[in-house]
Ligand binder design. Structure first.
Ligand code: PEP
Ligand code: MN
Length: 337
């Protein structure tokens, strides 16, 4: 349930109404959007005394919310959420481009790629230090050493770093060292991890699970937000379908759907969605054209010899060209790159 407060209502009256509602056993979340105050009833909204709320002179309107998510719901928060990370933003009118290798492999590799993607206009450096691999015999990442190398690359370029967390026991290390914590597709419904991440303040990039519906993705964001961390970015990275030509199927319709349902920023990862480097450019353009707030792109300086996902990694020169080609698509969506 959401309660829209009349413009010009005093703070005292709003606080009075909030405590009245809380006395009924509900949890109230207040949102101020373009001068308009909205109260969202998050827990136990069935216990609220609806006739009394509606009769309150400072209430403009009370609406029932059908969806199970509240904090992530656009009805609770009509304006787009913009998340600030160092000097960059995610969700504003600047396209947030996160680029880098699938895995951090060495200092030379990550620093060189970071410099090249920065020169082409990327705002963030991505790179896995802890890798969730299908086979236990595949490269598992450089782990803590990989985080140290990412920090060196950040120091050299100023790019904020985005890297994947695998379990809750790593949270302390990640909060100290990382600018955006990535939750991978395989962990999208690791609810214990999500709850613990909810206790931090670090922005969380939440990737859609292979078989997760849009509602399930938003509900996972709700887990993080319910714990107090509202800095969540959603990522469409392809879902599993009957098609085998591509690694996954990019669900482009998820972007306008999520934009309607939620105020959270949404980015697209065309690299994992397709699994094919040739598809990264066209899918990136399509993602921007349907309103994505950003992209996550795998870029490698030596894809043939990459430890992981070389087949879907583009070379830095191609990335540079893509950034140029994206400009008119971003412009159509009133975004800059
Ligand atoms: C990744 O971004 O490195 C990754 C493993 O992605 P996903 O969780 O989407 O498979
Ligand atoms: Mn990868």
């Amino acid at each position: 349930m959401i309660v829209i407060i009349k413009s010009g209502t005093s703070r005292e009256k709003i606080e009075e109404l909030k405590s009245e509602i809380e006395m009924d056993g509900c949890r109230v979340s207040e949102v101020e959007d373009e001068g308009k105050c909205t109260l969202g009833l998050i827990r136990n909204s069935a216990k609220a005394n609806l006739p009394r709320i509606e009769a309150n002179s400072c209430v403009e309107k009370v609406s029932k919310v059908q969806q199970p998510y509240k904090l992530a719901n656009r009805l609770f928060h009509p304006c787009d959420t913009v998340i600030a990370v160092n000097n960059e933003t995610i969700g504003g009118n600047k396209l947030a481009v996160m680029a880098g290798p699938c895995s951090v492999e060495s200092e030379e590799q990550i620093v060189e790629i970071a410099k090249l993607v920065k020169a082409s206009g990327a705002g963030f450096l991505r790179g896995g230090a802890f890798k969730p691999r299908t086979s236990p015999y595949s490269f598992q990442g450089l782990k803590t050493h990989g985080l140290e190398l990412l920090k060196i690359a950040r120091q050299e370029t100023g790019l904020p770093i985005v890297t994947e967390i695998m379990s809750a026991d790593m949270i302390g290390e990640f909060v100290q060292n990382v600018d955006v914590i990535q939750v991978g597709a395989r962990n999208m419904q690791n609810f214990e991890l999500l709850k613990e991440l909810g206790k931090t303040k670090t922005p969380i990039l939440l990737k859609r699970g292979f078989s997760a519906t849009i509602e399930e993705l938003i509900m996972s964001a709700e887990y993080i937000m319910a714990g107090g961390n509202e800095n969540v970015i959603l990522c469409e990275r392809g879902i599993r379908t009957f098609e085998t030509y591509t690694r996954n199927t990019l669900d482009l319709s998820a972007i306008p759907a999520i934009k309607r349902l939620s105020h959270l920023p949404v980015i697209v990862d065309p690299s994992h969605a397709s699994g094919l480097w040739r598809m990264v450019s066209p899918l990136s353009k399509a993602a921007v054209a349907v309103g994505a707030d950003g992209l996550m792109i795998e870029v490698h300086n030596d894809p043939e010899n990459a430890q992981c996902d070389g087949q879907q990694s583009i070379r830095p020169e191609r990335f540079k060209k893509l950034m140029e080609d994206l400009r008119p698509f971003a412009g159509c969506e009133k975004k800059v790159i």
